[in-house]
Design a protein around this ligand. Structure first.
Ligand code: BGC
Length: 440
């Protein structure tokens, strides 16, 4: 284990644009026209709890901007909810448009770079009912929406992400493959449409999950890790670099326009996936981060692994890299500070290893403890949100990050200041209870 307290003072060689990220459905509340809201009501059995009022950010957005200012953030990634602008097919809600325009104006006044996501998972329910992005014939709904919204906001947007994380599925199921290809084409059409109105850089956020063979010398572990990697990561990079859409058991499609669809790599980085040939899921046992259970629920991403960022970074040195999400869910905020330190260290090492690598931005996930797609238990926020009053309270990690931003760097001393001691963690029932480690 690295001795975090003894890390020397480090300043990133180039200024990084620092900030945080959120998504509409996870913070705004009452997102009633979205596919997710609909499904939460129609199938409560699939959800631990519904999103409800979330962080009430649709009402409290001015407070959120004040918070960003107070915490020294230079950039804010958020989504404009398509379903609020077009609650029904063919109908525009001009009040919702004015809401987002006001938000962009206020961010600009505050000197905060707006990084706008056009689709962060949730889409209008009417669009989802038609089959969403999985159906090629639906693409025009999205490009028509872009042609409407983008010219109305383009002058205030600093950067764009078209779609969020459509890369994640490893499935070879034909419907999942159709969805993936549909999203890739929507990303491409969306990016080209945005470029007609805006010179700001465009991309789609890619969840870069390192697929790690459990036994690196085992041929089948490696073969499976390679296949997973293609499905999750490389199909996207390959498509953008070459225009070739290559997926297993499909004829290759050539779409040269893809080569113009990303000005930068928008990377959401959290964890790795252990891959093994010795389980029928292909997945190895996930280890809890630093062998502590961070939240009192079984959370899919729980093997947070800053070190794998280096392997990932080595593969994306050909375009500027924006870290559009990075963070950890934990009840004990000291883990957030520790994880962030380790992530910054991994960025420093990656820059040292790969001189061609350009890390331009870092946006922490997330500004607030928000709705984690099924539950409020995993808490990713730099700020706590009172579930009754919606009062926001910055955690120590938020002040830690503020100092990182001011220095464009970090040090062991800074860690020591915010985490003076590391004993007394909350341990949960279950296997983790018996496991302890010493961190100096
Ligand atoms: C998603 C967020 C999510 C976060 C933490 C990312 O994959 O973009 O919406 O909340 O991970 O799970």
């Amino acid at each position: 284990m690295l001795n975090l307290r003894q890390m020397p003072e480090y300043t990133f060689p180039e200024p990084i644009l620092w900030g945080s990220a959120t998504a509409g459905h996870q913070i705004e509340g009452d997102n009633i026209h979205s596919s997710h809201y609909h499904n939460e009501q129609a199938h409560p059995e699939y959800y631990d709890e519904p999103s409800g009022k979330a962080c009430n950010s649709y009402e409290l957005y001015k407070e959120d901007i004040e918070l960003l200012k107070k915490l020294g953030h230079q950039a804010y990634r958020f989504s404009i909810e398509w379903c609020r602008i077009q609650p029904e097919e063919g109908k525009i809600d001009y009040e919702a448009l004015a809401h987002y325009q006001d938000m962009l104006d206020r961010l600009a006044e505050a000197g905060i770079h707006s990084s706008v996501t056009l689709v962060h998972f949730s889409v209008p329910w009417w669009f989802d009912k038609k089959g969403g992005f999985a159906k090629a014939e639906n693409l025009h709904y999205f490009t028509e929406y872009i042609d409407f919204i983008v010219p109305k906001i383009a002058d205030r947007v600093g950067s764009w992400t078209i779609l969020n994380e459509f890369n994640l599925s490893r499935s070879l199921d034909p419907i999942q493959l159709d969805r993936k290809i549909g999203c890739l084409k929507a990303h491409c059409a969306g990016a080209l449409a945005v470029k007609q109105y805006s010179n700001a850089p465009v991309s789609s956020a890619h969840a870069f999950v390192h697929q790690d063979p459990v036994r690196p010398l085992d041929k089948l572990d490696c073969t499976m890790a390679n296949l997973s990697d293609w499905m999750v990561n490389e199909f996207f990079f390959h498509a953008v670099r070459t225009g070739e859409i290559v997926l297993p058991y499909r004829d290759m499609e050539y779409m040269p326009e893809l080569k113009q669809s990303c000005d930068y790599w928008a990377i959401n980085y959290y964890h790795r996936t252990p891959v093994t040939a010795r389980s029928k899921t292909g997945l190895g046992t996930k280890l809890e981060f630093a062998r502590y259970k961070l939240v009192d629920c079984d959370f899919g991403q729980r093997e947070f692994n800053p070190e794998s960022f280096m392997q990932c970074a080595s593969r994306i040195t050909d375009k500027p890299v924006w870290i559009t999400e990075n963070g950890i869910c934990c009840d004990d905020d000291r883990f957030r500070i520790m994880y962030t330190m380790l992530q910054l260290e991994a960025m420093k090492m990656a820059l040292a290893y790969y001189p061609e690598l350009k890390i331009k931005a870092y946006m922490h996930w997330s500004l607030l403890d928000n709705y984690e797609w099924s539950s409020y238990i995993p808490r990713f926020g730099l700020c706590d949100v009172n579930r009754e009053t919606f009062e926001r309270t910055p955690k120590p990690s938020a002040w830690f990050l503020k100092e990182v931003i001011e220095r464009n760097g970090f040090s062991g001393e800074l860690f020591e200041k915010y985490v003076p001691e590391l004993s007394g963690f909350t341990l949960y029932e279950g296997v983790n209870k018996a496991i302890g480690i010493t961190i100096n």
